[in-house]
Structure formats: C-alpha cells, structure tokens
Ligand binder design. Structure first.
Ligand code: MLC
Ligand code: AMP
Length: 507
C-alpha cells in the first residue's frame, strides 16, 4: 500500500531525533515528533468523519501544528484546501461552499465569525490556534497515530483557489504527483540537502510557502526556522542560523532598506530564491552589490507549481526567470492561434509537464479554456526567450495585479465598487509601489451629482474583501478612457497614475 507523497515527505521522518522545526519562541520539534503529530492529525481528520477524497478547508495561523495538519491530510488522503488568513468570512463562505468541504478548521479567534459560514455550507467547524490550541488541537492530542492510506499519483492532494478574471475564484486541483514531481525537481535543481536550514517566513496557504519551501525541505531531510510571517527584525536575527531563504521580492527590498542587512550577516548563506512576482533587475543588482549573493529567480503559478528557474551553478540573470525545469516544457505562442512563436518574439507562455494541475474544481469549461487538448496550460503570462534560452516575463494577458506576492483580480474589486452608492463605474489597476511592487488603485467615476469619498468606499469593502485586495488609493475621474470598441483603456490609467505611490503625488 503506497501513498507516494506521504512516503516521500513524511514517512522517512518517523523516529528521527534531529531537529526539524525551529519555533519562534526558541523551541524545536524533532522530525520524529513532527511525524507523530502529522499521524495524529490524520487520525483526528478520520475521527471527524473525513474519508479519502473529502476536502478540509483550513484558515489557521502558521505553526508547527498547521504544518502537521497538512501532513495529516496527505496521510489521510484528504484534499487540503488552504485559505489566506486575510480572507473575510464572506470570502471563506464561497470556498467552503464551492469545494463542498466537510470540515472547516479556523483560528479560535475567528470561530464566532465563521460558525454561520460553516453551518450554511453544511461543514463542521473546528479550531487550531497559533499556540497549538483549539478543538482540532485537542482532537489531535486524543487521536491515535493513523497509518497513511493508499493513494495513487493522480489522486488529489490539494485544492488551491486562485481568483478568476470574472471575479469568481477557481479551485486548482493538484495531484499527489504534481506536488511530488515538483519537489523532486526543485530539490535537485537548487541542491537542497540534509544540511540545509531554510528560513521560512512565507505564508503556508499559497504554493510558494506551502509547497516550494516546505516540501523541498521535507523531501531532502533539512530543517526549517518557522517564522509566523515576515518580520524584518526576526529575519535579521535568524539569518545567521540559516543556509537558505525563499521569498517574494518585497522580502528582499525590505531587507535592502535596513542597514543591518550586510555582507557579513549573510556571508555563510547558500541560497536566496525569489518568485511569485517580478524581481526588479535593480533589486537583483543592489542585492548582489550589498551581499555578493545573486538571487535565484524562478517562475511558477498555483496551477502549475514551478515552471522555470535560473540556474544554480550558471549565470543567474536579473530580469529573467531562467530555463524550463527538467521535465517541464515551456513554449511561447501566438495568443490567437496557439502556434509557437520564433525565439525572441513575445507571446503567451504555455506550460506542460507533470507539474501541471488536473483542472479546475467543478469547472470543466474553464479547464478547457485554459488547458489545451495537447496538455499545454495557457498561463496568461506574456514572455519571450532570449538568444541564450532565458525566459523573460514581459507582461500579463490577464487583468491581474500582484501586490507583495498576493494576487488581486480587479474584477472582484470593481464588482463591489460599482454597486456602491454614488459610483457610476470603476476601474481597478495596479501601479508601482516601493514596498509591494504593485499596489491596488481604484479609479472612480461618480454618478451625476454624487461625491463618493474614499473613507465611505473603504468602509463598504471592509467586511467583504481581504485587506490586501482593498485599494490603497482612490482617484476620481469624470469618465474612464475607452477605445472605439468601448473597452476601458487600463494601460492609459496605469500610465496616468504610475507615480501615485512612488513620489506621493497624483498624476
Ligand atoms: C499586507 N498588506 C498588503 C499586503 N500584505 N497590502 C498589499 N499587498 C500585500 N501583499 C496590508 C496589510 O493588511 C496592512 O494593511 C498593510 O498592508 C501593511 O501590512 P504589513 O504589516 O506591512 O504587511 P506584512 O504583514 O509585513 O505583509 C507583507 C508581506 C506579505 C509581503 C510580508 O504580504 C507576504 O507574506 N506576502 C507573500 C505572499 C506569497 O506568499 N505569495 C505566494 C503566492 S504563490 P493596513 O492598511 O491594515 O495597515 C504564487 C506562485 C509562485 O504566486 O510562483 O510562487
Ligand atoms: P498565483 O496565481 O498566485 O500562483 O500567481 C501566479 C502568477 O505570479 C504567475 O502567473 C505570474 O504572473 C506571477 N509570477 C510568479 N513568479 C513570477 C516571477 N518570477 N516573475 C514574474 N511574475 C511571476
């Protein structure tokens, strides 16, 4: 009986006395104890009535128990559905309902707000807090260590929601083999070993922190210093104990802004990687000048895991995302016809390989729109290969804002703003931001005689949208720029407000 992902990542930890997790307060969890925690989490999921293939929706703070819960779900064959801790109850309601999750595990602090959500969706609610508290933690303590159930490589392991251009989120179905094959490829490409200690400051509800960081270390027998989030002081304090760090570009710009971040502090480090959003070439250069390390940039997506990476040993080129990873095919095509474009020309980036997801949950039409019959997934990112074969991402065909590594689909925000009193219509765009790379800005066209103000609009969004999706500025225009077809010219708006956050002024 096999469970490939469990067998590769979790089973080998059993009985090992070495430190696996270094916790914020200074404590540690051994690999063997973590294995036992994950096995009890599997037991608790089974005791809660979940069977292989059922979904568990999880919105909990990052902790050793939260990581064990992921391992428990994999062992129990339960499909893991992680949720951003910033999501409001309204947002969570959609995911729990759409996925048909049988169980929602939430922070005890949010139990009251989420109880009606779980009830309306017919899901049971349990809790797991940052300090390993809550009803699920109690159930874990009481549960026997469950043996892993059998799973096939194409069985689902994770259901990760990604927003859609229509404003409706889609659940990307990730199989055991999607996750395992990518962990294996990354571990080798980035030369992870049992001597590595990863400084883990990414959230564990997205591909980057959940799979790229965690699975690579679990697979290769290294250790992790777990930070609940990115705290500059804590990161600087712990870098001397680490060998590797993975981050979004905001991590690196924040570090560079701090004079304590010196060449000496990180002279011992083996690797810094960046992804989830474009790393500015100037950040790459400034990092190299300050530290002597060249950040290794890679490119991925929720639907595809990691696709490309700069080389570990070769030239890591600023402003590029490197080469297709082993086993992954990457092509650049004409967005209209799907035919491959000659090297050097810009087109749609398409990806095929064992890393590419099985499709969108209950959305066969959406799957068919984005995944070709030949298996290539249409990423929505625009790119070109240079003469040396490095992939450059030059833009996005999808209307998407990436702010500090979090994706915001303008449509979702526009739909809410358009309903607001005094608003005739709105356009939501991403503009350069010194900390988050891009920030969300809303352009509002008032209804005749109305003067909607930013505070009122913010108030309307507060309970409905996660904080990071809410516009950081509102601008009012008498009309939106449109082309002759009536389509809003967002490029014009982006140009007009490009300096809104970089020099503090309006255009
Ligand atoms: C926090 N805020 C954000 C934000 N994060 N606003 C916009 N964009 C963000 N990313 C808000 C807060 O709610 C707060 O609002 C204000 O900004 C300041 O918060 P902060 O304390 O400075 O933020 P912090 O907690 O430090 O978080 C910033 C961050 C975090 C960059 C550390 O956003 C983060 O961890 N990002 C990583 C995202 C990630 O892992 N992406 C991977 C996706 S997977 P206010 O107004 O209340 O003060 C993927 C595939 C792939 O993309 O290839 O990897
Ligand atoms: P998500 O849907 O959250 O997984 O976000 C995936 C998107 O992040 C991709 O489609 C890209 O647009 C973007 N992305 C990820 N890595 C990079 C990178 N290194 N450079 C530029 N964009 C990136």
């Amino acid at each position: 009986m096999t469970n490939p992902l469990h067998d590769a990542l979790y089973a080998p930890l059993a009985g090992q006395g070495r430190d696996l997790l270094h916790l914020p307060g200074g404590g540690t969890v051994s690999a063997g104890d973590f294995h036992a925690m994950a096995a009890r989490a599997a037991g608790a999921l089974m005791a809660a009535g979940l069977e292989p293939g059922d979904r568990v929706a999880v919105q909990v703070p990052k902790s050793a128990e939260a990581l064990a819960l992921i391992g428990g779900a994999i062992g129990a064959g339960v499909v893991f559905l992680p949720l951003n801790t910033a999501y409001t109850a309204q947002e969570v309601a959609y995911f729990v309902t759409d996925s048909g999750a049988k169980l929602l595990i939430a922070d005890p602090a949010r139990a009251e707000a989420l109880a009606p959500v779980a009830q309306a969706a017919g899901a049971r609610l349990m809790t797991l807090g940052a300090a390993g508290d809550g009803t699920f933690a109690e159930a874990m303590a009481a549960a026997p260590e469950a043996a892993a159930v059998a799973r096939r490589p194409d069985d689902l392991a994770g259901l990760l929601y990604t927003s859609g251009t229509t404003g409706r989120s889609k659940g990307a179905m990730l199989t055991q083999d999607n996750l395992l094959s990518n962990a294996q490829v990354l571990a080798e490409a980035w030369r992870f070993t049992d001597r590595d200690v990863l400084l883990h400051a990414l959230p564990v509800f997205h591909t980057h922190g959940l799979f790229v960081a965690t699975n690579t270390v679990l697979l290769t027998g290294g250790a992790m210093i777990l930070h609940p989030g990115f705290d500059l002081d804590a990161v600087i304090a712990d870098l001397p104990r680490a060998t590797a760090m993975m981050g979004v570009p905001t991590f690196y710009t924040r570090l560079l802004d701090d004079p304590r971040f010196t060449r000496d502090l990180v002279a011992h480090m083996r690797l810094f990687t960046s992804g989830s959003a474009p790393l500015l070439a100037e950040t790459h250069a400034a990092f190299a000048a300050r530290t002597g390390h060249r950040i290794l940039e890679r490119y991925g997506m929720t639907e595809t895991n990691m696709n490309t990476s700069n080389p570990y040993a070769g030239d890591r080129r600023a402003g590029t995302v490197g080469f297709a990873l082993p086993g992954v095919e990457v092509t650049v095509t004409d967005p209209d016809t799907g035919t491959e474009r000659p090297q050097g020309e810009t087109g749609m980036i398409e990806v095929r390989g064992p890393n590419v997801f099985a499709g969108y949950w209950n959305m066969p039409d959406k799957t068919a729109e984005e995944k070709r019959p030949n298996g290539f997934f249409i990423t929505g990112d625009l790119g070109r290969f240079d003469a040396d074969g490095y992939l450059h991402i030059v833009g996005r065909a999808k209307d998407l804002i990436i702010s500090g590594g979090y994706n915001v689909y303008p449509k979702e925000v526009e739909l809410l703003l358009d309903e607001a009193p005094g608003v005739l219509e709105s356009a939501v765009i991403g503009v350069p931001h010194p900390d988050f790379g891009e920030a969300v800005l809303a352009v509002i066209v008032p209804a005749a005689g109305a003067e909607p103000d930013a505070a009122t609009l913010q108030g309307l969004l507060r309970d409905r949208l996660a904080r990071y999706k809410q516009p950081k500025a509102f601008e009012v225009l008498p009309a939106l720029p449109r082309n002759t077809m009536g389509k809003v010219q967002k490029a014009d708006l982006r140009a007009r407000f490009a300096q809104r956050f970089t020099n503090g002024g309006t255009a």
